[in-house]
Design a protein around this ligand. Structure first.
Ligand code: SAM
Length: 251
């Protein structure tokens, strides 16, 4: 059985002995998912009623859980302002995770409230043929190596979350040819690719495949994450900031 480690906000994470990395920042698994991924995606969630998300790798599913929290918050606010005629938002998520044991762990971890309620639908995903169809979201969970799956996906996404282990321990997962170039093909116009790394090499790779990039927010790490888009991004960083990032980047 996988051993869990409690993070500062009380949400559990997993230590991966192969890479020597935890799945999440110890400041909080949920906190990181919410502020590094879901909140960064808020503008897209506000704009669209049907949102396609490619969630890589799925891990314990925190990024999806936190995104559904933002989606429901956005929807409740819009219902308050405009009444019940507001069109129900729907998140269609395709996710990939290599390690079946991690998904099994979602099922047997003794979740406590408020996470218990948030994870209740995910707990049975393996018994449901790796699919979930719910009122406001669907999940198609592919259990495989994302390096093999990426070339086979032929769909476009408004959001791509990229949250693998670090470039230092898993360089293949950040390769321009094996990974980043597929993201450019898979991202819809107006969409956002969101990742936690500030790695200069990864940022350069994203630009080389055609993306505009900008820093996102720093949560539980020294450096901010990165967002990438096919259109110029407003929050672009200055040369000075870029130099600082280059010097400080620990990857
Ligand atoms: C940092 S964790 C992901 C956390 C996750 N996004 C969440 O919200 O909980 C990294 C995950 O990458 C998975 N992984 C590692 N190599 C992979 C690969 N080649 N393909 C798919 N998943 C992989 C690991 O099993 C682990 O679950």
């Amino acid at each position: 059985m996988i051993e869990f480690v409690k993070t500062k906000d009380g949400s559990p994470t997993i230590y991966d002995p192969e890479t020597g990395e935890h799945h999440h920042s110890l400041i909080g698994s949920y906190t990181e998912a919410r502020y590094k991924f879901a909140e960064v995606a808020r503008s897209i969630i506000q704009k669209k009623s049907r949102i396609n998300l490619l969630d890589l790798p799925f891990g314990l599913g925190y990024n999806l859980i936190a995104t559904l929290d933002v989606l429901r918050e956005v929807e409740n606010t819009s219902k308050k302002d405009n009444g019940n005629s507001v069109k129900q938002k729907f998140l269609e998520c395709v996710a990939v995770e290599k390690d079946r044991k991690v998904i099994e762990a979602i099922g047997y971890y003794p979740w406590q409230e408020p996470l218990k309620g948030k994870f209740v639908q995910l707990k049975n995903v393996l018994n449901e043929g790796n699919q979930i169809e719910a009122k406001d979201f669907s999940l198609n969970l592919i259990i495989d190596d994302l390096l093999l799956v990426l070339p086979k996906i032929h769909q476009s996404f408004d959001l791509i979350f990229y949250d693998p282990f670090s470039p230092k321990t898993s360089p293949d997962l950040w390769s321009r040819e094996k990974v980043l170039k597929f993201f450019y093909e898979l991202l819809a116009p107006g969409g956002l690719l969101i990742t936690y790394t500030a790695s200069n090499k990864v940022r350069k790779g994203l630009q080389e495949v055609g993306f505009y990039i900008a820093p996102s927010v720093a949560v539980g790490r020294k450096m901010p994450g990165t967002i990438a888009s096919k259109e110029p991004l407003e929050a672009s960083f200055s040369e000075e900031t870029f130099e600082k990032i280059q010097k400080a980047s620990s990857y």
